[in-house]
Design a protein around this ligand. Structure first.
Ligand SMILES: NS(=O)(=O)c1c(F)c(F)c(S(=O)(=O)CCO)c(N[C@H]2CCCc3ccccc32)c1F
Ligand SMILES: [Zn+2]
Length: 263
């Protein structure tokens, strides 16, 4: 699609020019305001199937100019949701080197250092993510808040390759590993709401699950994420750092946010 950025003349306040859904309803991300949360006892723990990938498996880690993404095999899937959702990719949103505040969702106004998204598509109804992308029941994205603290060895399984994809369009192969290790311990505590892609084309096609508990990475790991990547191609004369790649929180449009936890 066309070019869009997080800053400047192609920044988020201009996305609606080429991507009308970005100005529509049910947009993401949102702020989780305590007074708008409603406990729902029917929200079951998220079940991850085939997340423990063999090291013989090769995953593609790439810099797509908007984020760093890791491709995921479609046999990885989620159970316990209204449909079966198969994995497609995971990617990240982060702040800047001296401002570790770049999550997309916020909790009572608090922005975390970064946020990981695992993008899945409804494989009960659609053959692939391209078909599912703009369907109201097409996608399920799991969000994980990331804070700076303890070193997280699981993140190094792909962060150790990040210097090889400094520029837009660059890719490297990464050995498979247990993707479950990137997630928080409690898969039974999460926020749930109907929303959208947080990048153009902003389709309102996402069933969002954002886990209540953050995971920690070290400051060094955070800086790997926030200081290595460029949104520009290698041959461009002026390298453009890729940072602050998060959309601002959107209007609620009288949506309700369900939570699987009570206190
Ligand atoms: N926050 S978010 O809404 O989850 C979200 C992002 F923020 C994000 F940057 C990406 S991207 O890395 O592909 C950069 C360009 O959109 C995606 N990709 C999705 C939607 C776009 C098309 C597509 C095709 C195959 C697999 C995944 C996707 C994304 F879904
Ligand atoms: Zn995302």
């Amino acid at each position: 699609g066309g070019k869009w950025t997080y800053e400047g003349p192609d920044g988020e306040h201009h996305w609606t020019r080429n991507y009308p859904f970005c100005g529509g309803a049910f947009q993401s991300p949102i702020n989780f305001q305590p007074e708008l949360l409603r406990f729902d006892p029917n929200l079951l723990p998220i079940q991850l199937q085939d997340y423990n990938l063999s090291s013989k498996e090769q995953l593609t880690l790439s810099n797509n100019g908007h984020s760093v993404q890791l491709s995921l095999p479609s046999r990885m899937h989620l159970a316990g949701l209204p449909y079966q959702y198969s994995a497609a990719q995971l990617h990240f949103h982060w702040g800047s080197s001296n401002m570790p505040a770049g999550s997309e969702h916020t909790v009572n106004g608090k922005q975390f250092a970064a946020e990981m998204h695992l993008v899945h598509f409804n494989s009960d109804k659609y053959p692939n993510i391209s078909i599912a992308l703009d369907k109201s029941d097409g996608l399920a994205v799991m969000g994980v808040f990331i804070e700076v603290g303890e070193h997280n060895p699981a993140f190094n399984q792909f962060l150790k390759y990040i210097k090889g994809i400094k520029y837009k369009g660059q890719k490297v192969q990464v050995a498979g590993f247990n993707i479950r290790e990137l997630l928080p311990a409690r898969l039974d505590e999460y926020y749930r709401y109907d929303g959208s892609l947080t990048t153009p084309p902003c389709y309102p096609s996402v069933l969002w699950t954002v886990f209540r508990n953050p995971v920690s990475i070290s400051l060094r790991q955070y800086l790997d994420l926030a200081t290595v990547l460029c949104s520009s191609h290698a041959q461009e004369s002026a390298p453009k750092p890729l940072l602050g790649n998060y959309r601002k929180t959107q209007l609620m449009d009288n949506r309700v946010v369900l939570v699987s936890f009570q206190q």
